[in-house]
Write a new protein. Structure first.
Length: 352
């Protein structure tokens, strides 16, 4: 099932473990920001971050959006907000900033503070969101935003990971994290059952066996890119109406960037795999070649829509030294990784 490395809780790492030694701040995320923390169940969106959370690692506003920092001020969707114009960084947990040691180290803050500081950047990330939830989040909170100059969507992996789920989980708008719990409870099936990954359990219904088979790679890519492009077309309409520039960036996965991880990454990945085998969870989508195929499907689709597209994985591979520590797990960045990616975005998208 998708998601175990992304949201599995790690609250009892033994002393001397790779995670407790290299990434002790990740326990702060696990306490409040995974599916067994203080998740907020919301209409339409399903879930969002704890609101009004304050710690030395992560702070959220009155709505649950993470706070972004400029050189001498800070801002968020739930306030305080700049008068505008602003730039939006949209996405899921990587945009939210899982892995950053503090709010100043997230992508939006590094862009605002150092790399592209001409306008404020607001963090519009929702942990474990797919492309449907990303656009719903914008639709529900757009009324709070000032004038928007730029929209950068930095996303893509969750849609591909969720496309691994069988057809009876996907419906008309794609699968979402915790959809197994949702379907089971709505069907009054009774009993909590056993959690698997992110609580992605199949419905106990009479769906044909063919609808319960994991799709092959081509089907997964077609499903994920199709949903993403459908939602991008709506983003395009929003951006054109607002006079904002729109860009879609396919986020990097560690295994899409380089074959051999940095020493710290290797230690962390081994330890995480002892809890939940990433390869078993995500299958062949984790391979570098799969990432390139997915990127090409999105590139073609974006060209047809007239939306700028960037596959950042090859550029990140070229920009990083072999031993640069970029990832705290296979999807979330270290502080150094956030800063390097923010610089690449600025250069590649002409954001300065």
């Amino acid at each position: 099932m998708p998601g175990t490395e992304k949201r599995g809780r790690a609250t009892s790492d033994p002393a001397g473990s790779a995670r407790s030694t290299l990434t002790p701040h990740m326990l702060k995320y696990a306490e409040k920001f995974d599916d067994r923390g203080d998740i907020r169940w919301l209409p339409y969106l399903m879930y969002f971050h704890p609101a009004g959370h304050v710690s030395d690692v992560v702070c959220t506003d009155s709505l649950g959006f993470r706070v972004s920092h400029g050189s001498d001020t800070r801002a968020s969707v739930g306030g305080p907000r700049p008068k505008g114009p602003v730039r939006l960084l949209v996405g899921s947990s990587t945009v939210f900033g899982i892995g950053a040691t503090n709010d100043r180290a997230t992508l939006s803050s590094r862009l605002w503070t150092k790399h592209a500081p001409a306008l404020p950047w607001l963090n519009f990330g929702g942990r474990s969101y797919n492309s449907t939830q990303e656009i719903l989040l914008f639709t529900l909170y757009r009324h709070l935003l000032p004038e928007i100059d730029e929209i950068v969507i930095f996303s893509g992996f969750n849609d591909l990971g969720l496309a691994r789920l069988p057809a009876d989980q996907s419906g008309d708008h794609g699968a979402f994290f915790n959809c197994g719990d949702f379907f089971s409870r709505m069907a009054n099936s009774g009993g909590e059952g056993r959690r698997q990954g992110l609580g992605l359990r199949r419905r106990r219904d009479t769906a044909p066996a063919a609808d319960r088979v994991t799709p092959d790679l081509d089907e997964q890519i077609a499903t994920a890119s199709g949903l993403t492009l459908r939602h991008l077309d709506t983003w395009r309409l929003f951006a054109e109406a607002a006079g904002a520039r729109l860009t879609y960036v396919l986020q990097p996965l560690a295994t899409w960037v380089r074959e051999r991880p940095a020493p710290q990454e290797a230690a962390l990945f081994r330890e995480l795999d002892s809890i939940s085998d990433f390869g078993a969870v995500y299958g062949d989508i984790a391979a570098m070649g799969s990432g390139r195929l997915y990127a090409e499907a999105l590139r073609r689709g974006c060209a047809g829509l007239g939306v700028r597209f960037l596959d950042i994985s090859p550029t990140l591979a070229e920009s990083a030294a072999a031993d640069d520590w970029l990832f705290v797990d296979r999807i979330h960045f270290t502080d150094e990784g956030h800063d390097l990616v923010a610089g690449i975005l600025t250069d590649q998208l002409d954001l300065s």
